[in-house]
Design a protein around this ligand. Structure first.
Ligand code: NDP
Length: 457
């Protein structure tokens, strides 16, 4: 029996549209179509596959504003961010459009013949996308997967299916054959689980919570299915006394409150060298209070609402329900509602064992703590189960590099909060995940190496 999901605008709580959710049988049909399309897609010449991805990229570019508006309504993203996100899908597709002709194998010197390796597609790849960045995370999955010659079934999050559905339509319009990229809206526990259990899905590429990632990994073990997991984070923003302190404080809100903190790369722990803590907090307070929290359709909006009432409740519980442990240092303004608003909030935890210091809040809440020296900063940054991103602010480049090497995380930036560039690898250490997206690594992650030996004797 088909069920439906009401898509709600998080900024207004109004109904946007209603989407049909697929059943297990419909997921099976989509996987069967992807399987059937597989041989023909891998037989498309590398140049033609590249050309189709290039056309897809161009179409996404032509529809950038439409896609952005859809994301504003569906996910509450600010219009500026949503335009960047649609532009990111365009750029990621353009980057991987060049990949089919550069999907190089190797020739390895051996005795008695010629040894060559090929990078073969896996077959059908299942991509499970979360609600926090529906467009980029979909693109980071399907662009390299398609470039490598795989076919894709993609499940957007139940809360945010609209842009993925539109991207699926644009792929068809670009001439990508039916069955090569199928977007199928459905529940994680139904369609997502089916990607894990179906024997014809050769790899599951998942972004979301660590708990669901663990479940997928367990399920995938039955068939030794490949997984890429991009999970949570509790990243540190480390500010040294020798940094440009005003700049570090002015930028700190963008490292954590972007997308209202619903960002796996959010620098939700700020570590400040003790000698400059008070000065940093002074500048940081001004910066936080300056963040424009407003209707995400407004060009000036810098932060929108949370995705749902449930997510707001989760965020609230980290601060309001922990009042005896967590001191609110200061916070910004937020509209009263309707909409799932929550103000940018800066807290001072009592100790490193406080929940707000240890767990991924996934909302606009940041915890600040002092450190004493470089070793203490690295130890505190690493005192977490996660390892996704982080920033280091210092004028000493040697220190910047030393600390970056010392922090156990996949994506670090010095004097910046940048985590994502389509040409460079993205992914986590420890419980932040397995595998890398983007850059050359993602292409490899969607292939198997085949070795062929040809005797010359
Ligand atoms: P989930 O991990 O539940 O959802 C992410 C995706 O996985 C969605 O498409 C979801 O589908 C799907 N899914 C859910 N259950 C299964 C399953 N059993 N098998 C396969 N796929 C499944 O995240 P939540 O939405 O519940 O968010 C909870 C928390 O997770 C957040 O507060 C945040 O801390 C973290 N999170 C981290 C993200 C990141 O970028 N690292 C992204 C999103 C969340 P459906 O929407 O239909 O349930």
């Amino acid at each position: 029996m088909t069920t439906t999901h009401d898509v709600i605008n998080p900024a207004t709580e109004e109904l946007v549209t209603t989407v049909a959710l697929a059943t297990v049988e419909q997921a099976d049909e989509a996987i069967a179509r992807a399987s059937a399309a597989s041989a023909a897609w891998r037989a498309v010449s590398p140049a033609d596959r590249g050309l189709l991805l290039r056309r897809f990229s161009d179409l996404v570019g032509e529809h950038q504003d439409e896609l952005a508006q859809l994301e504003v309504a569906n996910a509450g993203h600010t219009i500026g961010n949503a335009r960047w996100e649609a532009g990111n899908v365009r750029d990621v597709l353009a980057y991987y459009a060049a990949a089919p002709e550069r999907n190089f194998g190797r020739q390895i010197p051996v005795a008695g013949g010629i040894d060559i390796t090929f990078r073969e597609p896996l077959g059908v790849v299942g991509i499970i996308v979360p609600w926090n960045f529906p467009m980029p995370i979909a693109g980071w999955g399907f662009a390299p997967a398609l470039a490598a010659g795989n076919t894709v079934v993609l499940k957007p999050a139940e809360l945010t299916p609209l842009t993925a559905i539109r991207l699926g339509e644009l792929a068809l319009e670009a001439g990508i054959p039916e069955g090569v990229l199928t977007v199928i809206a459905g529940r994680g526990s139904v369609v997502g689980e089916r990607f894990v259990t179906h024997p014809d899905v050769r790899k599951v590429c998942f972004t979301g919570s660590t708990a669901v990632g663990q479940r997928i990994m367990r399920g995938a073990a039955d068939q030794v299915k490949r997984v890429t997991l991009e999970l949570g984070g509790k990243s540190a923003n480390i500010v040294f006394a020798d940094s440009d302190l005003e700049l570090a404080a002015a930028r700190a809100p963008y490292g954590v409150f972007d997308n209202a903190g619903q960002d796996c790369c959010a620098r939700s722990r700020i570590l400040v060298e003790r000698s400059v803590l008070d000065r940093f907090m002074e500048h940081f307070e001004a910066a936080v209070k300056g963040v424009v929290v407003a209707d995400p359709r407004e060009e000036s909006a810098e932060m929108g609402p949370l995705i749902s009432a449930g997510q707001r409740e989760t965020v609230r519980s980290y601060v309001e329900d922990a009042a005896e442990d967590v001191e609110v240092a200061f916070r910004g303004e937020a509209p009263q509602g309707p909409g799932y608003w929550y103000p940018a909030t800066v807290v001072l935890p009592r100790s490193t064992s406080d929940r707000v210091w240890r767990e991924e809040v996934f909302g606009p809440v940041v915890a600040v703590m002092p450190f004493d020296d470089e070793a203490d900063a690295i130890a505190k940054a690493n005192d977490t189960a996660y390892g996704l991103s982080g920033s280091i602010w210092t004028r000493d480049i040697g220190r910047g590099l030393r600390v970056a090497r010392g922090v156990e995380a996949g994506n670090l930036s010095v004097n910046s909060h940048s985590s994502v560039r389509y040409a460079t690898p993205f992914g986590g250490f420890k419980q932040s995940g397995i595998g890398r997206e983007l850059g050359p690594d993602a292409l490899e992650a969607f292939t198997e190496v085949k070795n062929v030996f040809i005797s010359t004797d």
